[in-house]
Design a protein around this ligand. Structure first.
Ligand code: PMP
Length: 389
């Protein structure tokens, strides 16, 4: 890069590290016969009825912008869905904003609350976007490390230790990417007590809320007194197998939602119209399809996690999402070395845990959103790889 170009760029952007996942995807994409357990997306195609609703909207010529906050009919369906599935009540007219994926929802939530220098607690191992988005919004990400020995469950004392006079918010993600860990009601209540004591805001990323396998799911704003200080982020990518549709939403008390809407209307206008028509159908009639996909993920999780433990990669049973996060410490390799060697020698792509934060080192993330046959082949190759070490 020339010096002249460099001086034109934002310092924040220059200082951002490129995502560590990309390098592995690029390497895997250049090879043949790779089984990818790397990408975090469903292996299902979106339900036909949802695709059909989208096609119908195009046939009818609904190709203009929608309201900035999204189609009112969709916001009404989102409110009904949140009430039905998670027992939280939001007003569709003022408290729900339809966004371009949960990704944009997180970005907007952060930009709506951060003043320069405000600290935001990021619980690691974490989804790779949180810390960079905090920095881009002018804030300072402060990481809290969860521990594999505790199945990566966030301990309330850890949050207290990280809080300073500049702490404004924390980002919670349950079920978690990359660990699959789900926090239950009791654990969320303990976190809620700290949040209230220190007057924090919580951005609760519940994008995997539909994919919870063992215990009933608790949405963070359903914890007493938490709705008033929570910006709930969710969307259609994971549970409804709609990653390419780029549709998510924010649900939050009016003051937050309207601040978010202000940024959204200038930065994005609205989420894609045709995708919004598809999403209405997903929420109206999609429950059975979601349930079927969930059953299939649960079966694959059980097989894959058992196989990992049998081959000596110790792995807790992840309660949600579609990730297994086994320890590779026994191999003596770093997570980068493990992932790179496994890819080059056996053509299985996984993601090194180190890209998700300090406490991710010693682990790898494997997505089990692949067919059972692919998982069986991956298990065979991984066993062969381990036998040679
Ligand atoms: N949050 C988490 C925890 C995720 O794993 C992802 C996708 N990998 C997102 C948000 C973004 O989802 P979307 O496709 O809705 O932007």
């Amino acid at each position: 890069m020339t010096r002249a170009t460099k001086t034109y760029l934002s310092e924040t952007v220059v200082n951002l590290k490129p995502s560590g996942i990309r390098r592995f995807f690029d390497l895997a994409a250049s090879m043949e016969g790779v089984i990818s357990l790397g990408v975090g997306e469903p292996d299902f195609v979106t339900s036909w009825s949802v695709r059909e609703a989208c096609i119908l909207s195009l046939e009818q010529g609904y190709t203009s912008y929608t309201a900035n906050a999204g189609l009112l009919e969709l916001r009404e369906e989102i409110a009904a869905y949140l009430s039905r599935r998670f027992h939280v009540e939001y007003a569709p007219e003022t408290e729900i904003i339809v966004t371009v994926g949960a990704s944009q929802a997180i970005d907007l939530a952060l930009r709506a609350i951060i003043n320069p220098g405000d600290e935001v607690i990021v619980v690691e191992p974490s989804f790779v976007s949180y810390a960079p988005l905090v920095s881009l919004a002018g804030g300072v990400p402060v990481s809290v490390q969860t521990d594999g020995k505790q199945e990566f469950k966030l301990q309330p004392e850890q949050i207290e230790k990280a809080i300073t006079s500049r702490t404004k918010a924390m980002i919670l993600c349950s079920p978690n990417n990359p660990t699959g860990t789900v926090l239950n009601r009791r654990e969320l209540e303990a976190i809620g007590a700290i949040v209230q004591k220190h007057d924090l805001i919580v951005i609760s990323d519940e994008i995997y809320a539909e994919l919870v396998y063992d215990e009933p799911y608790t949405s963070f704003p359903a914890i007493p007194h938490m709705q008033e200080r929570t910006i709930l982020v969710n969307g259609f990518s994971k549970g409804f197998a709609m990653t390419g549709w780029r549709l998510g939403f924010v649900a939050a008390p009016k003051e937050f939602a309207q601040a978010i809407l202000k940024i959204h209307q200038y930065a994005m206008m609205c989420a894609p119209t045709m995708a919004q028509y598809g999403a209405i159908e997903a929420l109206k009639n999609g429950d059975n399809d979601v349930e079927e996909m969930k059953k299939s993920y649960r079966r694959r999780r059980n097989y894959f996690v058992q196989s990992l433990n049998e081959m000596g990669l110790s792995c807790h049973l992840p309660g949600g999402a579609f990730y297994a996060f086994p320890s590779i410490k026994a191999t003596g390799l770093t997570s980068e070395q493990f992932a790179e060697q496994l890819l080059l020698e056996e053509k299985v792509a996984v993601v090194p845990g180190s890209v998700f934060g300090k406490s991710g080192e010693g682990y790898i993330r494997c997505s089990y959103a692949s067919s059972l046959e692919q998982l069986q082949e991956a298990v065979k190759r991984m066993k062969r790889f381990l036998a040679r070490l």
